[in-house]
Each structure stands twice: as C-alpha cells, then as structure tokens.
Design a protein around this ligand. Structure first.
Ligand SMILES: Cc1ncc(COP(=O)(O)O)c(C=O)c1O
Length: 417
C-alpha cells in the first residue's frame, strides 16, 4: 500500500466529489483517485451504461463491439482530425505509454527517446524509463537504454536561472541544441514524450510558447511528438485535452485514467494515420480494451460534452487558483501556487527566498487535511507540492469548504515551524 500511508483510511463508498470511509467519516475529495474520477464517483449515467454492458457482454479481446465503436466514434470527434486513429492498450496509463513508444520506434527504426525532468509516465519498464524520479528508478537500473532527459519549463526552479516572460525559452532551446549538435552524445530519437502540463512533477504549467516550440523542434528534426494526456486529459485542465491549450497537434496522444469513466481500467493511444504502419498482431494482449470501460467511457465523454464540464472546470479552477494565489502572498511556507483548471499545486518551502523544499510540511498539510475531512495528494520534484485533482463535478460550495480546510492545515503547518 502507498496511498493509505498518507491518508490512513479504508474506503466504503463515494459519490460525486465526496468519499466515505468504513468508520462513517465523510471527506471532500480533492484527490479524485489520482485524477481518474473526472465525472464524479458513481456518476449515475456512467454507472447505468456500465451496468447495462455488464449484463450484455464483458470480454471480447480486440474484436469490434458496438460499445468499442461508440467510444472510438466519440473520441475521434473530440480529437483533432489529424490524430483520428485510435488503438486500445492494456488497462493502465503505463500501457498506453509503452504502446506509444513502441509505435514511434517501429515507425522510425530508432531507439533513443527524449523525456523531461519532472516527468511521470508510469511504472512498467518502458514507462519507468521515461519517468524522471530517482526514487522510482534507482533499484531497477539499467532500464530501457537510450533515454535522455531534458529540462522542462519549471519556471519556479528554472535550471537556467531565467525569469519567466523575459526568457527566451532556453529550456526548449536546449532540446534543439542536443538534437542539432552532432557531439551532443544523443542520437536522433524516435520520439519526444512530454506532458503538456506536468502532473506528478508538481502541477507545472509551462509558459505559452513552450509546447509549440517543442512541436516545432520535433518537426524540424523529424522526431515523433508524444503528448501524455493520461492525467491532464478529459477536461482536467479546462479543455478536453491539455495540448488543446497550445494550438499544437501531437503525433501520438496517450490516454487512460478518466477514460474509463468511473475508474474502469482502460487505456488508448490516438495517432496520425501515417504512423499506422504496423501490421495486425504487432502489439497484442488479452486485456487490450475492456468492454465495460468502453461503455462507461462513452457515457462519461457524453456527460463531459453535454454538461460542458470543461467550462465549469475553467471557471471553478480560476476561482480556486485565485484563493491559492492569495495564500501564496500571505503564507510564509507557500512558495508558489499554480496549475490549470482543476489540476492545481501548492509548492511548500521552508523559506521563500531560498526556496528550500519542505516535503515534511507537505506531508503534514496532507495529514492535517485528512484529519479535517479533505483528501489531497503530494507530489513534485521534492515531494513538497500539495496537489489537487478533484472530481471535476466539484461544486463551488464544496470547493470553498475544501479550501477552508486546506488553509487551516497550511496555517497549522506554518505554526509548527
Ligand atoms: C502523465 C501520466 N502518464 C502515465 C501514468 C501512468 O498511469 P498508470 O498509473 O495508470 O499506469 C500516469 C499516472 O499517474 C500519469 O500521470
């Protein structure tokens, strides 16, 4: 177990943006099953669709089924036309990442892959290889060879010591440099895999021009660009997909988490038609796709579109972030509050001038929140970022109550210094 170490409880049931434990305690959920429960726990329309499917057909390998076709049709309408080809993988986000990397390698006949500092792409060998955290990697080295990490646009701790808005996106230019310089030590990669907004790395939103610049560099060097939307997809950031904030179209998109609607396990990649070169049977598996998750996913996407969930997320996200920005101004331990939509983070530090990370304060804020009835997660480079990933159906009233609990918990942690 890992999550119960930070939020000690056994869960009995959950509804909307609330969770109840086996002792009858109710929690406001700012955690959302690590960004899975976008349409809310036990969303009635989605539960109905999954239950109907349960009585009809539950396993079909990769045979066509009506629910699979329906999900493909909906996804194809929501994705840019250029990436209309959808392929389902094993049940987790890591599986989607594995498929995306394999597809890129198959098409380019190259081995190197470039990933970013602060990235999280999963725990299977290939996905872990492109995940940056030393703590996850160190017992398993060497992983898949020829993976190289470059800086992400983490402006709060810019490795180039530049100031946002006045910099020249040196972080992106560094990628250009290693692809261009024959002596960089890095072979031309099959792919660059990037989270358009980083999740586990600490809810990091890069400056506006950053992702377009990565796209332009990939194009110039004929490298495939994979956008990992496993966490940031499905309205989480106020758009259906987070790359849609950036006016760019990736070559491959990975999806999972909220794709199964109510937490049914499923993953997929969507990609450009020109990459569809591998023959049938090149990437197989018993649980590639899940019939109930197709039905739940289609109902969830319908729910997102018909309720205009993305707009709700934009509005509520701005409100929550503005409260967190006030906290950033007032609190001695909040270095930065940031994020987009309802993918938010509060970076805790011991000292705002030195920015010394405070993982123990983040842990104590999480414990304080849990004690007072609020679920939050901790992430970031130094495990010092309090993270919010609530179900997107969170109401303004619950958001305000959750924020009060969070503020009290930050004050308590600050008082302990
Ligand atoms: C961006 C991103 N990619 C991939 C994954 C891996 O997904 P899973 O845990 O389902 O394997 C995660 C999980 O948090 C993620 O945030």
């Amino acid at each position: 177990m890992s999550y119960p170490k930070g939020m000690p409880m056994a869960i009995k049931r959950a509804k909307g943006a609330t969770v109840e434990d086996v002792d009858g305690n109710l929690y406001i959920d700012f955690f959302g099953g690590a960004g899975v429960m976008n349409v809310g726990h036990s969303n009635p329309a989605v539960v109905r669709a999954a239950a109907e499917q349960l009585g009809e057909l539950t396993h079909a390998l990769d045979f066509p089924t009506p629910s699979r076709q329906r999900l493909v049709d909906i996804l194809s309408k929501l994705l840019p036309q250029e990436i209309g080809r959808v392929s389902f993988g094993g049940p987790t986000g890591s599986d989607a990442v594995e498929s995306a990397i394999k597809l890129a390698k198959y098409n380019t006949k190259r081995i190197p892959v470039i990933a970013f500092e602060g990235s999280y792409h999963g725990m299977t060998a290939g996905a872990l290889s492109v995940t940056s955290a030393r703590s996850f990697r160190e017992a398993f080295l060497p992983l898949v060879p020829e993976v190289h990490f470059v800086p992400y646009a983490y402006c709060y701790r810019c490795p180039f010591k530049r100031i946002p808005d006045s910099c020249d996106l040196e972080c992106a230019q560094y990628l250009d440099h290693i692809l261009e310089d024959p002596h960089s030590g890095v072979g031309t990669p099959a792919a660059v895999i990037v989270e358009p907004i980083q999740g586990e790395g600490g809810s990091i939103v890069p400056p506006e021009g950053y992702i377009p610049k990565i796209r332009e560099i990939c194009d110039r060097h004929e490298v495939i660009m994979i956008a990992d939307e496993v966490q940031a997809g499905f309205c989480r950031t106020g758009k259906m997909f987070s790359f849609q904030h950036t006016n760019t179209v990736p070559d491959i998109v990975t999806m999972s988490k909220a794709l199964g609607g109510i937490g049914l396990p499923i993953s997929a990649i969507a990609y450009k038609e020109r990459l569809n070169t591998w023959p049938a049977g090149k990437h197989i598996g018993t649980f590639r796709g899940n019939v109930m998750a197709y039905a739940a996913g289609a109902a969830a996407l319908d729910f997102m579109v018909t309720t205009n969930l993305a707009e709700h997320v934009q509005r509520l996200g701005e409100f929550v972030l503005s409260s967190l920005k006030e906290l950033e101004r007032d609190s001695k331990i909040v270095g930065e509050a940031r994020g987009k939509g309802l993918m938010l983070g509060v970076e805790l530090v011991k000292d705002k001038d030195t920015k010394e990370p405070a993982p123990e304060l983040a842990r104590s804020v999480r414990a304080g929140c849990h004690r007072r009835g609020l679920l939050i997660e901790v992430g970031g480079h130094y495990n010092n970022v309090a993270r919010f990933l609530p179900p997107l159906v969170l109401t303004e009233e619950l958001a305000k109550r959750g924020l009060e609990v969070f503020l009290d918990s930050v004050k308590e942690a600050e008082g302990s210094l």
